[in-house]
Design a protein around this ligand. Structure first.
Ligand SMILES: [Zn+2]
Length: 420
C-alpha cells in the first residue's frame, strides 16, 4: 500500500454475508478491467450483519486476501467497516482499511446555538447561489437554510469527527479510506444540505473520500428504485455539483464522491447516474450489499436436488420468522406479506420457478419483489444452519459462482460503468 490510501474513481461495495464468494465477485471486477474500466472492489459488511451471522471482520479480510491472491489481483481492494459507530468501531480497526462512519442517529441532536452561529458566520459565502453546470436555474441558498441545516447536522458531523480521530489514532493518517453515511434515516438530504454537511466535515478536518446521503425515493434492499426517476436524476446532478463545489472551496479530497447504499438492483437509475457521472467527470461508490447471498440461493435452487430443497427450507423458515427478520431493516424494505407465496407451495416448486421468482428480472412474470426482499433479510436462517449451509455452498459452487459473477457484472457494473 502506498503512502496515501486512495479510492479509485469507480468502486463497488460487494457484500458477502458468508465470505464464500470473494473470488466470484472479484472476477466481475476483472471482467470490467478487461473492458478497460477499473472498478475497485470493496468488501463491506456491517456490524449488524456480522452480529447476526456470528462472523468477525478478520473472516472477511481472509476471504478477500485469499481471492486477490488466487486470482492474482494486483490492483487495490478494500475492506469496509460498514456503518460503524463510536460503540463498534474498535472491533474493525485491525481488519479494515475503509471505515463507513454512520452518524444517522445523531441527525437533529442539538449542536448548541453558539456553534451554529459560528458556523453560519464562518461560511457566509455559502449564502447566495449554487450554480450547477448543465442546469439552468442556480440553486438559491439563504441564511436561514444554512442556519437550519447547521442546527440539524453539526452534532452528527462532530460525532463523525470523534470516531474518525479514534480510528486515525490507531491506523495512522491517510492509511485508510473514510466515508460518512447518513442514509439510514427517514428524511432525504437535499443537495444544499449535502453542501452544508460537507462544509462542516471540512471544518472538522475529516478527510472523507465518500459520502452517503439519503436520496429521494426508496432504496429498498435488493429491489429496483421506487420513486420519480427524473427527480432523482436532478437531485443526483445537484449532489455532484455540491461535491465539486466542496472540493474547490474547502480543499476536500479531489476524488471525493457519492456512495450509494442499498445500491444493488437499482436498474432504472443506473442510466441516469451513468450519464450524470460522465457529464461531471465524477466517480461513484455503489454498495451492493446483500445481493450476493441471494445469488447463492439462486445457484443452490438452480442446481436442483439438495440445493433446491435447502433453498425451499430457507424460505419456509424465513416466512415463519418474517416479522423478526424484517425488523432491523424496517427503513430499507417494503414487503407486502399478503403477496408472499405459501411455504407449502414453494416446497413443490421446480428449480425454474424458484429461480424465476427470486432472480431480479423485472420483465419476468414470475419475479416477486416481496419474496426477494424477505429472502434478502433472511440470511439469518442460513447462518443458523451453519455448516449444513456452507457444505452445500461448496457442493453447488459452480452454479453459485456463475450467478454471483453474472449478477455483479451484467446487471450492475455494465449498466453503471460500461454502457455507452
Ligand atoms: Zn447503508
Amino acid at each position: 500500500m502506498g503512502e496515501f490510501t486512495i479510492l479509485g474513481k469507480y468502486s463497488v461495495g460487494v457484500g458477502d454475508r458468508f465470505a464464500h464468494q470473494a473470488e466470484a465477485q472479484l472476477l466481475a471486477c476483472m471482467l470490467a478491467a478487461e473492458q478497460g474500466v477499473d472498478v475497485t472492489p470493496v468488501w463491506n459488511k456491517s456490524h449488524r450483519e456480522h452480529t447476526i451471522i456470528g462472523t468477525k471482520p478478520l473472516d472477511s479480510r481472509m476471504a478477500a486476501d485469499a481471492a486477490a491472491k488466487k486470482l492474482d489481483w494486483s490492483k487495490p481492494y478494500f475492506l469496509d467497516a460498514d456503518h460503524i459507530t463510536l460503540a463498534t468501531w474498535e472491533g474493525y480497526v485491525e481488519a479494515c482499511d475503509f471505515f463507513t462512519i454512520d452518524v444517522a442517529e445523531q441527525i437533529g441532536r442539538p449542536a448548541g446555538a453558539s456553534a451554529v452561529e459560528a458556523f453560519v458566520f464562518r461560511h457566509a459565502n455559502l449564502v447566495g447561489e449554487l450554480s450547477v453546470p448543465g442546469v439552468e436555474a442556480p440553486l438559491p441558498i439563504d441564511r436561514d437554510t444554512v442556519t437550519l441545516a447547521a442546527g440539524k447536522y453539526l452534532a452528527a458531523v462532530r460525532e463523525a469527527g470523534r470516531i474518525y480521530r479514534r480510528v486515525e489514532e490507531r491506523k495512522g493518517r491517510a492509511r485508510f479510506i473514510t466515508e460518512i453515511s447518513m442514509d439510514e434515516t427517514d428524511v432525504p438530504q437535499t443537495p444544499i444540505e449535502l453542501l452544508i454537511i460537507l462544509a462542516a466535515i471540512a471544518d472538522e478536518g475529516i478527510p472523507i473520500q465518500t459520502i452517503a446521503p439519503k436520496f429521494t425515493g426508496r432504496f429498498n434492499k435488493g429491489c429496483d428504485y421506487v420513486g420519480d426517476v427524473a427527480k432523482f436524476e436532478e437531485e443526483f446532478c445537484n449532489d455532484l455539483a455540491a461535491i465539486a463545489f466542496a472540493i474547490r472551496t474547502y480543499g476536500m479530497s479531489q476524488n471525493l464522491k457519492l456512495s450509494v447504499h442499498s445500491g444493488s438492483d437499482k436498474f432504472s437509475i443506473y442510466g441516469p447516474m451513468r450519464r450524470a457521472l460522465r457529464a461531471f467527470d465524477a466517480g461513484v461508490h455503489l454498495k451492493t450489499a446483500g445481493t450476493t447471498w441471494l445469488e447463492e440461493l439462486i445457484g443452490l435452487a438452480e442446481g436442483g436436488g439438495d440445493g433446491l430443497r435447502l433453498a425451499q427450507e430457507i424460505y419456509s423458515e424465513a416466512y415463519a420468522h418474517r416479522e423478526e427478520l424484517c425488523a432491523p431493516y424496517a427503513t430499507v424494505i417494503d414487503i407486502d406479506f399478503s403477496k408472499l407465496p405459501e411455504p407449502g407451495d414453494v416446497r413443490a416448486w421446480p428449480s425454474e420457478q424458484f429461480v424465476a421468482t427470486l432472480r431480479h428480472d423485472p420483465r419476468c412474470r414470475d419475479f416477486n419483489a416481496n419474496f426477494r426482499q424477505l429472502l434478502h433479510v433472511g440470511y439469518k436462517v442460513a447462518a443458523k444452519m451453519g455448516q449444513r449451509y456452507l457444505d452445500l455452498l461448496a457442493v453447488y459452487e459452480v452454479s453459485i459462482s456463475k450467478n454471483v459473477t453474472d449478477n455483479l457484472f451484467e446487471r450492475h457494473i455494465k449498466p453503471l460503468f460500461l454502457a455507452d
